[in-house]
Design a protein. Sequence first.
Length: 151
Amino acid sequence: MPVLKEIARRLNECGLEAVLIGNAAAALQGAPVTTLDFDFMFRKSPANLKKLKALARSLRGSVLTPFYPVSGLYRLMDDQRGLQLDFMHSIHGIRSFEGLRSRASRVYFGDYPIWVADLGDIIKSKRALGRPKDLAVIDILEQTLHEKEKG
């Protein structure tokens, strides 16, 4: 995935610690799901918001802050490449960034790692969110998790 290799490199260069969540994270763990964007959880702080803006510049994109004022979602967009990265400081079903990060795994793309949320946390979040598009993939994610645990 060349785009994830670039995202990993840019995240590391900007020093922004974030955990990949959602369908992209599930797909990296073997779940047969697709997505058009990349969702991340991060710690919201003035320093990290500056890093997020630096990330947007390095990816030749822009940050819409916040995309939905109530949600606290920051969307990084590059319309020319069709690149969309969503950064959230809170997600349904997950108590804290620290907890999510402690259960996440590092996946390397070239020389650069991305923290990838545990499949159990992805399932918990999708169930808590309760949107039809999230509920539609829970059985697939649970089956993938069961297969991972078996072997």
